[in-house]
Write a protein that binds this ligand. Structure first.
Ligand code: PLP
Length: 366
């Protein structure tokens, strides 16, 4: 039977060679390669500053820390996201306040944001789910009207554009993840982007124990509280290698999406939230809303095809349980949402096979 994997990270010869160079240099900490990686990403994302960190979660936490958001403050997050978005808020000491999503785009609903604002609200974190832009125009307007900060969770949206700009450029900061399921990976890792120099300087302090600039010893005054969120030269070398195939990676994912869009057309039980590929949205993982989703997933598995069910709503997670909470769009969509295989290696024929299998499943049901 054909085996179709959902996703596999792709590591090439360049990564190996660049990592070997770092090993040979004997400087495996955060250093020149990390800085080169940051500069390269700033060019690619057309932003002023990039700070490399240990993960997307760290990027989100650091963004809250820069803004002095903590205990007593509220931060609005979508009910549909990877739990890291909410955990980062909890880590800051602030209270995450959940809001519903748009039923079509599956991203934070601006109306729901408005309804969740209280005098304690300090920030809102829209999430660009699967690489699809949240409604940044409306969310930014609401935030401005209420004096809220916008922090973008662009963990799934590296190189994706919305409203003519790279996602991550709308908020005070943009937070990216380079975990293994992303467009490029450094194993673990991420970056914070910003156009504000003061924010960048604070981020650099927060990522390195409150220090700014390289350590020269131990007996000196450290001006602020910080932690350790440094990305090493070794990880950055992997990232630099991955960037060599960036265009190819994006082209593969766009190609998969186009086949899905074409081949799933006409299947009544399937709805594609879709991507605005023409305007630069990068479909990291093609997602669909599927009737009888769990049975479909099992049928695909029986036919050698790996797919992934979306997260369960955050308000149903034990750590953030909100009994009586009412997020109807999220509750409905999370029962239906499925990520179809997006592995770089899939051929057009493979993607067609996935679509044919989906069609076959629903035809059998009829
Ligand atoms: C939407 C979202 N937010 C945050 C994260 C956290 O990133 P990381 O795993 O690098 O901490 C991820 C992915 O892992 C994610 O998909």
């Amino acid at each position: 039977m054909k085996k179709i994997s959902w996703w596999e990270p792709m590591i090439g010869e360049s990564e190996r060679a660049l990592v070997n160079d770092v090993l040979a240099s004997n400087f495996i900490n955060d250093g020149k390669v990390t800085t080169d990686f940051e500069n390269r990403l700033a060019d690619l994302l057309e932003c002023r500053h990039v700070v490399a960190v240990t993960s997307g979660t760290a990027a989100l936490f650091m963004s809250l820390a820069v803004l002095n958001i903590g205990p007593g403050d509220e931060v609005i997050v979508p009910d549909a996201t990877f739990i890291a978005t909410v955990n980062a808020v909890a880590m800051s000491g602030a209270t995450p306040v959940l809001a519903d999503i748009d039923p079509v785009r599956l991203t934070l609903s601006p109306e729901s944001v408005s309804a969740a604002i209280t005098p304690k609200t300090k920030a809102v974190i829209p999430v660009h789910v699967s690489g699809r832009a949240a409604d940044m125009e409306k969310i930014t307007k609401i935030a401005e009207a209420h004096g809220l900060h916008v922090i973008e969770d662009a963990a799934e949206a590296f190189m994706s554009k919305g409203g003519g700009r790279y996602l991550g450029a709308f908020g005070v900061t943009g937070c990216f993840s380079f975990s293994p399921l992303k467009l490029i990976t450094t194993g673990q890792g991420g970056v914070v982007t910003t156009n504000d120099e003061a924010v960048m300087n604070r981020l650099r302090q927060i990522k390195d124990q409150g220090r700014l600039g390289r350590s020269t010893g131990v007996d000196y005054v450290i001006p602020s509280i910080g932690y350790n969120f440094k990305l090493t030269n070794l990880q950055a070398a992997v990232g630099m290698g991955q960037l060599e195939t960036l265009d190819w990676r994006m082209a593969r994912l766009r190609g998969h999406y186009r086949v899905y869009e074409r081949e799933l057309d006409g299947i009544e039980e399937i709805t594609l939230p879709g991507f605005d590929v023409e305007n630069g949205e990068v479909p990291l993982w093609t997602d669909v809303l599927a009737e009888r989703r769990d049975e479909l997933e099992a049928y695909l598995r029986d036919n050698g095809i790996d797919s992934r069910r979306f997260w369960i709503p955050i308000h149903t997670q034990p750590s953030y349980r909100a009994d009586g909470a009412n997020f109807p769009n999220c509750t409905q969509a999370m029962n239906k949402a499925l990520w179809l295989p997006a592995d770089f290696d899939l051929t057009e024929e493979d993607v067609k096979y996935v679509c044919d299998t989906i069609r076959e499943y629903y035809t059998k049901l009829a």
